[in-house]
Structure formats: C-alpha cells, structure tokens
Design a protein around this ligand. Sequence first.
Ligand code: 8YV
Length: 334
Amino acid sequence: MTAKPKVWVSRPLFPDVLARLAEYFDVDAEAVEHRHSAERLKRKLAGVDGAVVGLADRIDAAVLEGNTRLKVVANLGVGYNNLDLEALTRAGIVASNTPDVLNESVADYAWALMLAAARRVSAAERWLRAGQWPGSNMRFDDWLGLPVHGRTLGILGMGRIGQGIARRAAGFDMRVLYHNRSRLPEMVERECQATLVSKDELLRQVDYLVLVLPFTPENRHAIGAPELARMKPSAVLVNIARGGIVDDAALAVALREGKLAAAGLDVFEGEPAVHAELLALDNAVLSPHIASASEETRRAMANLAADNVIAALGFGEGAGKPPTALNPAVLARG
Ligand code: 8YV
C-alpha cells in the first residue's frame, strides 16, 4: 500500500472536517492556535503535499524557497492578502480561498456593527454592567443615538458581500450609494437599489459608510485623514474588510474630535493588537475579526478549504478541479 499524501492544518478545525481530510490524507492538525513563525511555516510546509492555512500565516517566496513537495495551499478566508499568489504560482502550487460561502454572515455582521455603533449598544452595556443604572436618574435625553432608517448607506467595494449589505438596506428604507472599480450590471443595481457614485461623492453624502474592499497595496489607507475630513461629522464608519484599509490613528483622532460620530470595526491595522486610542473611545464598537463567525459559515469555509485540498491532490468527486482555486493555470500546467 502506498503511503497517504500528507496534509498540514495550521489551525484547529472542526473535527468532522478533519475526519473528511483523514479519509484521504495523513493529517497533521494543530490542536491549539499558534502564531507560526516564518521558520515554522517553512518547516511544516516542506514536509507536506497540501496545507490548510489561516490569515495569520504569511506564505511568501521565502517560506516556499526550496519546497519541492507542496502542491496546494487552501486559505481559510475569502481575503488572501496573506498569500503571495505570484510566488505560489511560480512554484506550481495551487492556492484557494473561500468565497461566497461567507457572504451572508458577513453582511449580517456589517449590519450588527452599523446598528450597534449608531445606537451606542456597547457603551450602554458597559455602563449598565458597571452598575451605573440604579441611582443614575437616567434622563429622557440620555443615550441618544443616531437613526439608521431613512438615512443614506454607502458601500465602498461592491462585490457580493457589499451587495448583501445593500439588499438588507431596503428594510430600513435607506438610499444606497456605492463606489466600485466597475459599475454593477443594471439588474444587480436594481436588485440592490444602489447607485454608483465617485468615491468623493460617496464620502460626502453618506450617513453610514461600510468598507468591503480587498486589501491590496492600492487600498492601504483608502480611508485616512483626508477621506475622513470629507465625511459628515454625523457619519458612522464600518470596517469588516481588512485592517490597514483604514488609517486607525487618523480614525481615532476623527472620533475623538467629533469629526466622525462613531465607528464599528471588526478589523485593525496590526491586529490582534488594536490602536490604544481606539480602545479608549466610547464611540467605537470593536470586535475581534469575527464577521464570518457563525457556526454554519465557519463550517462551510472549513469544508470548502478541505474540498480544495482533496480535489487538488487528485481525490474525491472533483479530483483535479479544486472548486475555488485562485491560480487554476497551475493545474493546466500539470
Ligand atoms: C477570516 C476573513 O477568514 O474571509 C476573510 O477574508 O477575513 C474572515 O472570514 C476568518 O475570520 C478566519 O480568520
């Protein structure tokens, strides 16, 4: 009997997904979360045919150097700025991500942050838990927040997640504006009831701005001090995309000085560290990169990553056709 191919899973995963992988492979799965050093990544990847990796695992040319065994890297996320796709392609390694399966959960969560930031949910809960309600003589005009219904929602980056966020806006009677590299097909625009505007118009007109851009060098600090200055002081910013798209230091200043009303942030520059000034602000609702974290969605993401590894290594029904390969040309090369 020939030995099974080897697969490394860099983060703990659902046991049933690991069991699926184990049907085909000799699986080495991390039992606890680690921040893997480049050296450890290199060593682990040198000894396997396939890998399932997370966003904290930076797979670049240095990590791949001298690796002649690895054939597939499946990323647990739709965003793949942790992968050097060119280096992987050059090395003949298939890379995959997890698009689509997370669209609706992430869109739900964008709304959670929007509503929580507008209505000061986190700050009010902190106050209540601190025992401040009894004896506070809470006034009729305390804890006033911002209305969401009937306002203007802006979406920067109108892929499928952005479209999901836009579709939900109909229930809040909102006008939806978007800015994107290219205009959406008319039918999709109609479905989302969204209108394409320039980035400048978007910044100036919206009451709620949700960022759904991929993290690329061009999108670094797409929202910095100059952009924040163009927004209404009553506006709310929501980032469920990637840290680094927003200049967190500039955002903290705008929030502190009342140049922006509030923010809902799930991602941060340099996470898991969070800018100290953001941590100190009551008008920032902060969460630890959990927008896709519903049971159903995380399970679907893990299964999709497993599907890609299984297919790329020539097993299962889709043998040879990983469903969400980012560089399918590698497969054609054989
Ligand atoms: C993460 C994400 O993958 O899909 C993405 O790009 O950022 C998230 O869904 C998830 O938080 C696991 O780290």
